[in-house]
Design a protein around this ligand. Structure first.
Ligand SMILES: *Cc1c(COP(=O)(O)O)cnc(C)c1O
Length: 368
């Protein structure tokens, strides 16, 4: 176990032994103790965004995408129209969800190194009054770019429209305050910055919007209105819960709070990101994004411009030294990605940089 590589991937990611040990208990899904565990998790999640007055936390079985699909399917009425803001693969996925669900939508796409701006959204909303909802990726994990959520949210509010935020890879590490940022739904999951294991997502849904969403959903299992109503009535999940995942998340949240909550988690990831960027720059590897729009979550690097470089070979060699990297997700340029999140600190990031340097020397791609 101790020889297991460190995952420098943005979920699943490296978890603590305590979090993994929390999964050694089997829970009855109808049991009061497990219901309390779920309630405690939801309460702690809401506290991270200061959202208990305005929003419900609705957990959902499955990976993060399940929760995103459920949020759109439940909250966007069948005659609604979604403006999807895209600058990477997860934004594309939002559009695909709208398409599959049969919701009317339009897209606005910027380059993968260009944040969407509030001015863009202002113009787009002014031009199309049919739009009811705007869907935005906070940190676009396919590059690591940060979109200016607070400014965009204010513009959407000014137009009287509703915002759905995929904050999957930022929630818990980057500050989002529900009392200051108006949104109808914000979606995240267990296995990202909270450092739990993958297996459940959750949606912070505005109470009034969720109450009004009865009958919108196209799907039984993905109906957040139903999921919430059943949980409010019984304390139980509607269908078999991912019991071990909930227990692990509960334990991960305890460690999150012990570490110092969001400010401490943010600081550790920012330190990780800086160590990574400085270290890679020192061996001549360039990051894809300029620093101003780089979120401290995941970094995209240009692949070395050398015919002896092959990602698969590079990946296997770095893995043998104890680190799992992530392939690039860009179509135009060859890149690879390194996550800054999970149970890892600046020492671990430096060790990863050292491993990368050593491997590139072995591959005769670097001669330093
Ligand atoms: C991880 C992630 C998701 C969810 O992806 P899954 O593969 O379903 O876990 C959605 N959006 C963003 C921005 C993500 O980083």
């Amino acid at each position: 176990m101790s020889n297991a590589p460190i995952l420098l991937t943005p979920g699943p990611l490296t978890t603590s032994i305590r979090t993994r040990q929390a999964m050694l208990v089997d829970w009855g899904s109808w049991d009061r103790d497990f219901n309390q565990l779920t309630a405690s998790v939801c309460e702690q999640l809401l506290a991270i965004i200061d959202g208990s007055a305005s929003h419900h936390c609705v957990p959902l079985q499955g990976s993060g995408t399940f929760a995103v699909e459920a949020a759109i399917g439940t909250l966007v009425p069948r005659d609604g129209k979604v403006l999807v803001l895209i600058n990477g693969a997860y934004g594309q996925r939002l559009a695909k969800i709208c398409k599959v669900l049969g919701r009317t939508y339009s897209t606005f796409e910027t380059a993968e190194d260009q944040p969407t701006t509030a001015a863009d959204v202002d113009r787009l909303l002014a031009a199309d009054p049919a739009i009811t909802h705007v869907a935005l990726i906070h940190c676009e994990t396919s590059t690591g770019i940060l979109n200016p959520l607070p400014d965009i949210a204010q513009v959407i509010k000014r137009h009287g429209k509703r915002l759905i935020i995929d904050a999957m890879s930022s929630f818990g590490a980057l500050p989002i305050d529900a009392r200051e940022i108006p949104f109808e739904a914000l979606i995240a999951a267990s296995g990202k910055c909270l450092e739990g294991v993958p297996g459940m997502g959750f949606v912070f849904a505005e109470k009034t919007a969720l109450a009004a969403a009865e009958g919108n959903a196209h799907s039984l299992a993905m109906d957040l209105h139903d999921q919430h109503a059943y949980m409010a009535k019984t304390g139980q999940w509607r269908f078999t819960p991912p019991t071990h995942v909930v227990a692990a998340l509960h334990e991960a949240l305890q460690q999150y709070n012990e570490e110092g909550g969001l400010p401490a988690r943010h600081q550790r990831y920012a330190d990780n990101c800086k160590t990574l960027l400085d270290g890679m720059a020192a061996i001549g590897l360039r990051s894809f994004l300029p620093a101003e729009i780089q979120a401290p979550i995941i970094v995209t690097f240009h692949a070395p411009n050398n015919p002896r470089y092959q990602f698969k070979d590079f990946y296997e060699r770095v893995k043998a030294k104890g680190f799992i990297l992530y392939p690039g997700k860009l179509t135009q340029v060859e890149t690879f990605r390194v996550g800054c999140i999970g149970v890892v600190g600046a020492d671990g990031m430096q060790a990863a940089v050292n491993a990368v340097a050593q491997v590139l020397r072995e591959m005769e791609v670097l001669d330093i």
